[in-house]
Design a protein around this ligand. Structure first.
Ligand code: GLC
Length: 558
């Protein structure tokens, strides 16, 4: 927790601010209502001025979009809706000239049912050796009419779909931990391993700086695919965190390290215990992983302090930098989460209609942004976080595209509410997402009141969320990047999260109702909201975060 370990702090990925681009919803240059690479290229100056270090692109590959691109049909090409491979190459190069690194999303647990491997395996019929690249398994029951085991898809329903053979007869079942359009690959098969090693080389040669690994805990399956049973041990499920998965990452790490520059892996690792999680971050595996415990944590001082301490304790033994995440394309936007009575989050959260106070949510979201940016390690910004966008909770059923909606028979409204196209200006029908005269409306409707939250509306407003992000990212770069990855918790009251970083920097978040006094002699570097002054001095009101210079050497702000 304190200055016991001082890992090398020079590598960029140890302290990067990484901006997540959900390509479909970022910016649409060709006017078809879907975001594209040309739209991103146009906005690179915006991203570089925002002050982030790297961009993570959610899957941009050829895909039928049964799961927003996480169903990949060709890992070495760009979906035509997004552009071309040549444009991706240009985008990588241009991002680099803007000082922005590029991470791409690797989806190795499953591919699309339209991937040539799966189509061929189906077409070749029973006994085809190509089926061994997937999990084709005979069903149970007298005629194989029951799934091979009791596994449930993360999206709802059985994790198995029965095959109809080319001659029309019912065949075996295939495994899909997500949608039926996403058959799981069999990582025991050497073709699968060789293919993904080649895909890594392909994108590394194109100049990417790293990969986000989708479902990193899920690739290996327990031999024999045993039933989960009625009362499963969540730390020992047969479809996640099986030991063989680590061997895959050790091989990949060797490949990555054979390239010049500081390339990096970040894992999407959702696991119940910090020990399980940390094993993915051993020095010869992945460099970092998303901190979902922090994302799920309620807006509560004690709970946040515990998660921060637990996070640092889990990362320290493996020497990996922690990361801090508030939202992503799978979760409810944190402005909305923090405006609710229950401010915690759980994957599969179905409370989309729970009421949320937007003013309270935004105030807390501003404070949370400063908290994440003050902590040691990496920080993620999901597109639209910097505008303070809320979850869109009233997308009409007919327009919802997330497969979780249909698979849950409508009980889970899914993740489209955090994927609504960004507002860039207030003036046009698509709020600047698409060009004037676009041939189609944005693929999801934007709320009319988003005009007031557009980039244009916020850019020159000193009180806007965008201005806060720009100031905070700049200050973080100047004051915190490159410091030892340590913090010392300070006691500023039970309802606060307060800690010191080296160099006299203090972060103080007041989560309680009573205002908290800024220590005498400290200078305010930045605050997430207005501070009050009374006889005791400067006061930090509820749900506000301040960054302080305890040496009092820097000028006051706000
Ligand atoms: C990850 C992605 C999510 C996707 C799933 C299946 O959790 O973040 O969007 O649906 O994997 O690929």
């Amino acid at each position: 927790m304190t200055d016991t370990a001082t890992p090398s702090t020079t590598a960029w990925w140890r302290h990067a601010a990484i901006y997540q681009i959900y390509v479909r919803s970022f910016a649409d240059a060709d006017g078809d209502g879907t975001g594209d690479l040309a739209g991103v290229r146009d906005r690179l100056p915006y991203l570089s001025q925002l002050g982030v270090d790297a961009l993570w692109f959610t899957p941009w590959y050829t895909s039928p979009m049964a799961d927003g691109g996480y169903d990949v049909a060709d890992y070495r090409d760009i979906d035509p809706r997004f552009g071309t491979l040549a444009e991706a190459e240009a985008l990588i190069a241009e991002a680099h000239t803007h000082g922005l690194r590029v991470l791409v999303d690797l989806v190795p647990n499953h591919c699309s049912d339209q991937h040539p491997w799966f189509r061929q395996a189906l077409a070749d019929g029973p006994g085809s050796p190509l089926r061994d690249r997937f999990w084709f398994v005979p069903g149970r029951g007298a005629n194989g009419e029951l799934p091979p085991n009791d596994w449930q898809s993360y999206f709802g329903g059985a994790a198995w779909t029965r095959v109809t053979e080319p001659d029309g007869t019912p065949g075996p079942w295939y495994l899909h931990m997500f949608a039926p359009e996403q058959p799981d690959l069999n990582w025991e098969h050497r073709d699968v391993r060789a293919e993904f090693e080649d895909i890594l080389h392909f994108w590394l040669r194109k100049g990417v700086d790293g990969f986000r690994i989708d479902v990193a805990h899920g690739l290996a399956k327990k031999p024999g695919l045993p039933d989960v049973g009625p009362d499963p041990d969540l730390t020992d499920l047969p479809y996640q965190d099986c030991d063989d998965v680590h061997e895959i990452y050790r091989e990949w790490r060797k490949i990555l390290d054979s390239y010049d520059g500081e390339r990096t892996f970040v894992g999407e690792v959702w696991l119940p215990t910090p020990d399980q999680f940390a094993r993915y971050l051993r020095p010869d595996e992945l460099h970092s992983a998303f901190n979902f415990e922090f994302l799920c944590c309620a807006w509560d001082a004690g709970a946040l302090r515990d998660v921060i301490k637990g996070t640092l304790a889990a990362h320290l033994p493996v020497g990996a930098p922690p990361t801090w995440v508030l939202s992503n394309h799978d979760t409810i936007r944190h402005v909305t989460r923090y405006g609710r009575e229950d401010t915690s989050f759980e994957m599969g959260d179905k409370r989309l209609s729970d009421p949320s106070d937007p003013v309270l949510g935004r105030r807390r979201a501003r404070a949370a942004a400063l908290l994440t940016m003050a902590l040691p390690g990496g920080v993620y910004v999901y597109q639209g976080d910097e505008l303070g966008l809320p979850e869109v909770q009233d997308i009409p059923d007919a327009l919802i595209q997330d497969p979780t909606f249909a698979r849950s028979l409508g009980t889970d409204r899914g993740r489209d509410g955090c994927r609504v196209p960004l507002p860039w200006t207030g003036a046009t029908a698509s709020l600047g997402f698409s060009p004037d005269g676009a041939s189609a409306a944005p693929w999801l409707p934007q709320p009319a009141d988003w005009a007031a939250m557009s980039v244009e509306a916020q850019l020159d407003d000193p009180e806007s969320v965008l201005t806060l992000y720009r100031e905070a990212l700049a200050l973080r770069r100047a004051r915190l990047v490159g410091l030892p990855e340590t913090l010392a918790l300070a006691d500023a009251g039970a309802d606060t999260v307060c800690f010191d970083r080296p160099g006299g920097f203090r972060c103080l978040v007041n989560i309680g109702a009573e205002a908290v006094t800024v220590p005498a002699g400290a200078h305010v570097l930045l605050s997430s909201g207005p501070l009050a002054r009374d006889a005791d001095g400067l006061r930090v009101p509820a749900d506000t975060c301040v960054w302080l210079d305890m040496n009092g050497t820097s000028g006051a702000r706000r």
